[in-house]
Structure formats: structure tokens, C-alpha cells
Design a protein around this ligand. Sequence first.
Ligand code: C2E
Ligand code: MG
Ligand code: MG
Ligand code: MG
Length: 289
Amino acid sequence: DAKASGGRGVRLYEPDRDTNDPRRLTLVAELRAALQDGQLHVHVQPQARLATGEVRGVEALVRWPHPERGFIPPDEFIPVAERSGLVGPLTTFVLNASLAACAAWRAAGHDLGVAVNLSARSLQNADLVDEVTRLLRRHGVPADRLTLEVTESSIMADAARAVALLHRLRDLGVRLSVDDFGTGYSSLSYLKRLPVQEVKIDRSFVISLREGGEDVAIVRAIIDLGRHLGLEVVAEGVEDQVTADLLAGMGCDIIQGWHLGRPMPTGELQPWLATHARPSRGRGGLRVV
Ligand code: C2E
Ligand code: MG
Ligand code: MG
Ligand code: MG
């Protein structure tokens, strides 16, 4: 994973790669306990259509407020979960919490979708199809209100198996999205063969958009590619109005980022919708007021 192993900063020590490291073993034991004790939470971050300002849904992001060590970012504990067999229970937890929240919003008259991240391990687990079926039924959420986000590198870990699983998930009616697009082994030709409906431009490109430079060309190319393949294009990491306007001008469909709203506890979304989600359609596209 290019991001976890450096990207914009060099990480000198990676405890999750060292199976004998005592800190890693402690983290595994603590994560297992956290899952059992209900210490993990799901936060949600809104996504809005640039053309209309409509909040079309949210992305679910797992949170672990560790009792002693404070907030541990998911980029740190997801790899640990992956290597210790805990990612299955973690994914089940996030799916269940996300669909429960989605059902509650729908009952309150907000027909929102919810996007859940899948890790590489989950993409190798054929039981996921039954699991998703069961959870959709349990919460009475239509399949097309659930989007599953996968990264290029997580598919590439075992592409044949992953792609087969994606087809089975797609057969359920679930939406599929390629997350962090542009950072992995981006193969433009395989994108067209994947049964996905959406691409998410990685936030590293979006964040530097307003500075001009090469990332402008990359973002433009991803948007054009997505449009030509009939995919919805989501930009993540949109931190300001200037960036939102630039993306609108390039034909991006949907934005997600601090400009619109920070990730928040599921229970805060409805109050947020009531007080913040009054976007207007100015000439420059969506304006958050
Ligand atoms: P991601 O799926 O690409 O999620 C987007 C990340 O961008 C989130 O980081 C989010 O908090 C952050 N973000 C959103 N808007 C902005 C912005 O305007 N500016 C900046 N600088 N950042 C923004 P987070 O929550 O720390 O999650 C990091 C990664 O951890 C996620 O990247 C995803 O790969 C993984 N992750 C999070 N939750 C889950 C989960 O439930 N399951 C799995 N398998 N992975 C998860
Ligand atoms: Mg994601
Ligand atoms: Mg992403
Ligand atoms: Mg990511």
C-alpha cells in the first residue's frame, strides 16, 4: 500500500509489518477486545452532487477512540486487522452499523446511500456475498443504497478472485466504487472490465488542485475517463470552495470533504442535514452556506 508505506512522508518503522513486535501484538489484542466491547464507532461523511447540491449519501469511516492511547487512525489499525484475521469481524461491524444508520435516515425521510470501505482481505472472502445479503435484508435497505469501495491495490492482491467476488456483489444490486483512484497500479484498460459504477479521485490529487500544476491534469484525465466509461466521479478531500468550483468546471459529479462536512457520528447526520445542508446552485456550482 503506497499510502501506508510513505507516499507524502516516510514512515521509518512499521510495527504492523513485524509479526513479532510486542507493540503489534498488543495492538492486535486490544483491537480484538475493542471489537468485542463495542469500542469501535462508525463516523459518516456527507457527499453532495455538484450540479444540484443534493446530499446523495455518506461514506462510513471506522473510528477507534482508544481508552489510553487516544484516537488511533484507521490507516494504522486496518493493516493490523488485515494481518491478524480481525478484518472480517471489523467489516461486519461497519456494514451492520452503516446499514442500521441508513435505515434510520430512510425512515426519517432522507433517502441517502451509504458507502463502506472493503479491505484486500475482505475481497478474498467469498462469504462476504451472503453477509451483505443478510445485512441488507436485516435492515431493509435496498441493495443500490449500499456502495462498496475497493482500491486498485486491494483488487490486485488476487485480481481473479477479487473480480469474481465483485461480480457476485454487483449481481446483488450493490454499487461498487474504485477508491483512491490514481494512486495504485492504475491500469486504464482493466477499469473498463471491472463491474464498478463509480471512481473516487484520491484526495492527494484533489488537495493540491488549487495550486495548479500536474495534479490538475491528472484530475482532469480521471474525470474524462470516468465520464467516457459511464462512471460517476467522486472527488474526496475537497477542503474549500475554490476546489469545489474547479471540480465543477471539470465536470466532476460528486464531492466529499471538509468543505462540505467532516466525518461525524451517525447520530449527528440528521441535525447536520437540517442546519448545514442548504447548498445553493450559484454560477460556480455547489456553494455550501
Ligand atoms: P478513504 O476510504 O480514502 O477515506 C477518506 C479519508 O479522507 C478519510 O480518512 C477521511 O477522514 C479523509 N478526509 C475526508 N475529507 C477530507 C478532507 O477534506 N481533507 C483531508 N485531508 N482528509 C479528508 P480516515 O477516516 O482517516 O480513513 C483513512 C482510510 O482508512 C480510508 O481512506 C480507508 O482506506 C480506511 N478506512 C476507514 N474506515 C474503514 C473501514 O471501515 N474499513 C476499511 N477496510 N477501511 C477503512
Ligand atoms: Mg473510501
Ligand atoms: Mg479514498
Ligand atoms: Mg484509502
